[in-house]
Ligand binder design. Structure first.
Ligand code: ASP
Length: 335
């Protein structure tokens, strides 16, 4: 029988419904497993209670700890399930996609909109589905299972705060769907060598900021953010551009900071179809320095966590640029 390691980190799925006050994670993995006895027909499931937090509190040190736990027991299991709060799950799935690269074994994140101890809940289906996928021979790399959909770890976005179908896949098809006991794969993958080991990374630099452009945007704030962060993601409008109504052009501010080592990644606040800064004059005015990166079809979650991973590996701009543009776990299809 296949062997799966269930790693608990908290979230709604592990919260108890009947306690007074706000929901907070309380349950161990063994307690959650007791609600889904059918999984014992699917796999032998061992458990590890790594964290017990609302995912609002997730930070890069937690991502590193999850990756380390997977690394330490990689040879002992056929797949891994990470139970996680839904609020920042897409950040964690992206971060794990960079920390555990080219994993021939599946690393499946799941959670729930309602605690597992309720009569009416999505938690039991999600946990069962996730274990089913983690035990599946064809599955590999980091993904999210929620609402019967399998979403690539670098492509997920939480778009609903209450409904069970809380996540969508951004700029990429769903990888598979889970229909009862069947996993229906949509993509014809290359066969993966199950005996290969992934590339694990052990460093991240969380000092990456996000500036969302609004009309109007403050040049002072841009300057302060460039000084504060080692890398800055700018979420622009539409396919992308910088406004041109400031006394000191924003492009000049960016150029100054990029020349002293700050990485700047340009992306769009439009969720679907990605950025292309070559289309409009306001886009072409963005300084084309080596430290200027374009997120294109990447999600914001993937872009931010990839920069954190890149900065954990190097502070040299040419190497950082190379690492940023190297695709991992389908994070970009741009050619
Ligand atoms: N606040 C919770 C969390 O992200 C929400 C959830 O799990 O659905 O941990």
């Amino acid at each position: 029988m296949r062997r799966v390691l269930l790693i608990g980190t908290g979230g709604t799925i592990a919260s108890r419904s009947h306690l007074g006050g706000g929901l907070e994670p309380q349950m161990s993995c063994e307690e959650m497993l007791a609600f889904v006895p059918c999984v014992h027909d699917v796999a032998v499931v061992d458990t590890c209670d790594l964290l017990s937090i609302d995912s609002t509190n997730m930070q890069p040190a937690h991502w590193l700890a999850i990756a380390r736990r997977i690394e330490d027991s990689y040879d002992d299991y056929d797949g891994f399930v990470v139970c996680h709060g839904t609020d920042t799950m897409s950040f964690t799935s992206s971060a794990l996609s960079y920390l555990v690269q080219d994993s021939p074994k599946p690393i499946v994140l799941t959670g729930a909109q309602r605690p597992i101890d309720l009569d009416v809940t999505d938690a039991r289906t999600n946990l069962t589905d996730a274990i089913r996928l983690a035990a599946h021979e064809r599955a590999h790399d980091v993904s999210i299972v929620m609402g019967g959909n399998v979403i690539c770890g670098t492509r997920a976005r939480k778009v609903r705060t209450h409904s069970y179908n809380a996540f969508i896949s951004i700029n990429h098809p769903y990888l598979a769907t889970i229909q009862g006991e069947r996993v229906v794969f949509y993509l014809d993958d290359h066969p993966v060598d199950k005996s290969a080991r992934p590339r694990f990374s052990h460093e991240m630099n969380g000092n990456v900021g996000l500036l969302k452009l609004t009309p109007p945007v403050s040049a002072e704030i841009l300057d302060v953010m460039c000084k504060t962060y080692d890398a800055l993601v700018i979420e622009s409008f539409g396919v992308g551009g910088l406004p041109s109504y400031h006394n000191e052009p924003l492009g000049d501010i960016l150029r100054r900071h990029m020349r002293s080592g700050t990485l700047v990644a340009m992306t769009t606040q439009v969720p679907l179809e990605g950025s292309d800064f070559s289309v409009y004059e306001v886009g072409r005015s963005v300084p084309r320095e080596d430290a200027l990166l374009e997120a294109r079809d990447m999600t914001l979650e993937a872009c931010l966590t990839k920069l954190m991973w890149v900065l954990g590996q190097t502070r040299k701009v040419p190497q950082a640029r190379e690492l940023f543009y190297e695709p991992h776990n389908r994070d970009t299809l741009w050619t």
